[in-house]
Design a protein around this ligand. Structure first.
Ligand code: 16C
Ligand code: ATP
Ligand code: CA
Length: 521
């Protein structure tokens, strides 16, 4: 720009000033431009306050200016919006630049950038900051990018789900955005998936049914307690970063598990299905919602101390003909090769499911976890299954057998370090397409009645098994942060059923500092 056209580049913040001094050129891909607007140099009023007046001599020589807002990468996957202002001496030249950039942006909008979004805000998620986060950090960015929105602040749980399922005029929108945590995201998934199946005549109650993928993309503005879906798909739980991924029109397919009990649909899961430890943590933490995000630490500690185990059988259909394994060192990242290979392999081939292919593991378990994605979150940046993939059509089934408290603690601690949490004698992990769990004392339909008479059953089991450590017969399933009413479930992975407004976690530059070079002078 400097050399070829008579434009003068005026960079607006300190970081930029250091860039002019240290870089010969700085390029921004058009796909990462958010907006372009004229700038009134004399008044200096059309910008958002970051405008600093140019020396008078320069403004006289270059009185025509325009500002380009674009995505800038910061540390740890964070994106922010930056402005760069160009000055020139002729109004016609400025118009030519603005028009050309706008034409390019219009072409992108025609392709994959959203123009009209439906936004649901949970005012009670996480630290109860949803509305404030949206108004202060996200709405101004959507406005800057000329995205129009219909905003609904939810009034009760399942408001967003039910609105999407039945009422929402989905044809009007290019995507749905939720402001909240994993629970809010789950509501959106349930609303959109159920609606799509109904409109296509698919029966959700049949575990074997192939579900129809949803066409609308989902954006998550993180404002919850765990924000695991956001963290594991973007690399950070930051509202501005997520909003920018929506604006540039990113798209990331994602697997969804369906959970059934006796040919009845229960729920969908896109992150964690956990029985035993994570089920018990959730059940306890639900009674302590008033504690906010800290409830999970409290209930986690308590559940760790109670150290209950649960008996049952897990049968599973291993995913064959795939490249990835749960013990891989490679990670699912933007443009993931494994997802591109394994996903279509499972999505589009109808592999016959021979009963013979199923494996069975029986025993006493502290935890049975199915992670359809890494489940990375601030608590465990590598997640429950670090090598799991977002869109490969599989879930990683992690079985933690009964062991000592000390060993279980070692296993838990490894979620927070580089050590392999699967490399322990009492832990096994399988990459699967389907699985079933049957608790030891489960008797078909009478299961619920038995659970209701839990006390009776509990004392009965203790009498029958005098050596038992008085663990209750059943735990609960934690299904993406919701408790399921049944212990015996059947789970199937639906490959790439939904799409998110992200691109997956971007690889970090080898030397991150090179992305933001220090001032050379
Ligand atoms: C000693 C430290 C060990 C730390 C081990 C941390 C492993 C954490 C793995 C987190 C996986 C989260 C998976 C995400 C699930 C979401 O779909 C769901 C909805 O938001 N979140 C939860 O269910 C919320 C689940 C929250 C679970 C929190 C578990 C906290 C365990 C604390 C154990 C303390 C033992 C201390 C002994 C001295
Ligand atoms: N207006 C509302 N009032 C009460 N509950 C709501 C409302 N809107 C949504 N919910 C419910 O609140 C629950 C929790 O919301 P959300 O996921 O946003 O936050 P969180 O639980 O703090 O975060 P996380 O799921 O990440 O742990 C969801 O299951 C959702 O169904
Ligand atoms: Ca997966």
């Amino acid at each position: 720009v400097h050399r070829d056209l008579p434009l003068f580049l005026s960079l607006m913040n300190d970081q930029h000033r250091s860039l002019t001094r240290s870089l010969i050129s700085h390029s921004v891909s058009v796909s990462e431009i958010l907006a372009v607007r004229e700038l009134d140099v004399d008044g200096g009023t059309k910008d958002d306050g970051r405008w600093q007046k140019m020396p008078q001599k320069l403004t006289e020589a270059y009185p025509y200016a325009f500002t380009v807002s674009y995505v800038e990468r910061a540390r740890q996957h964070r994106w922010q919006c930056s402005d760069v202002t160009f000055h020139c001496s002729e109004g016609a030249l400025r118009q030519q630049w603005i028009q050309t950039i706008r034409e390019q942006l219009t072409a992108l909008s025609m392709a994959d950038r959203p123009k009209h979004l439906l936004v649901y805000i949970n005012p009670h998620g996480g630290k109860q900051q949803g509305e404030c986060i949206y108004e202060q950090k996200v709405a101004p960015l959507f406005a800057c990018a000329s995205i129009s929105t219909d905003v609904i602040v939810t009034e009760h749980a399942n408001h967003a789900r039910d609105h999407l399922k039945t009422e929402a005029e989905l044809k009007k929108y290019d995507g749905v955005v939720c402001v909240g945590g994993d629970g809010m995201f789950s509501e959106i998934v349930h609303g959109l998936v159920s609606r799509t199946q109904r409109e296509n005549g698919v029966d959700q109650n049949s575990p074997e049914e192939k579900l129809v993928p949803c066409s609308l993309r989902i954006g998550i503005i993180p404002a919850g307690s765990t924000d695991c879906i956001c963290y594991a798909t973007v690399g950070i739980n930051d509202p501005v970063t997520s909003a920018l991924h929506v604006i540039v029109g990113d798209s990331q397919p994602m697997d969804v598990c369906s959970v059934h009990h006796n040919n009845t649909f229960l729920r969908y899961s896109s992150s964690l299905l956990g029985y035993g430890f994570y089920g018990d943590v959730l059940a306890d933490s639900e009674r302590k919602r008033w504690m906010g995000p800290a409830r999970y630490n409290f209930s986690g500690f308590k559940t760790f101390l109670t150290h209950h185990h649960y008996e049952g059988a897990v049968s599973f259909l291993p995913a064959t003909d795939i490249l990835g394994t749960p013990r891989d060192k490679t990670r699912c990242r933007a443009g993931c090769f494994i997802c591109q290979h394994d996903g279509p392999n499972l999505c589009f081939c109808s592999i016959p499911e021979y009963e013979m292919g199923w494996g069975v593991v029986r025993g006493k378990f502290l935890a049975i976890n199915a992670a359809s994605m890494s489940c990375a979150c601030p608590r465990s940046p590598k997640g429950l299954s670090p090598a799991a993939h977002l869109a490969d059509g599989t879930t990683d089934l992690i079985l933690v057998r009964k062991c000592s408290r000390f060993n279980f603690l070692r296993h838990l601690l490894r979620h927070t370090s580089k050590d392999d949490q699967f490399d322990m004698t009492f832990v096994e992990v399988h990459r699967v397409r389907r699985f079933r769990f049957t608790p030891r004392h489960w008797q078909n339909d009478s299961e619920l009645d038995l659970r209701e008479n839990g006390k009776q059953l509990f004392s009965q089991i203790c009498r029958d098994h005098p050596a038992c450590s008085c663990s209750p017969a059943y735990s609960s399933w934690n299904c993406d942060g919701e408790i399921l009413p049944h212990a015996a479930i059947e789970v199937g992975v639906h490959c790439q059923l939904i799409k998110l407004f992200t691109r997956g976690i971007e690889e970090q530059p080898l030397f991150e500092d090179l992305a933001n070079p220090p001032c050379a002078l």
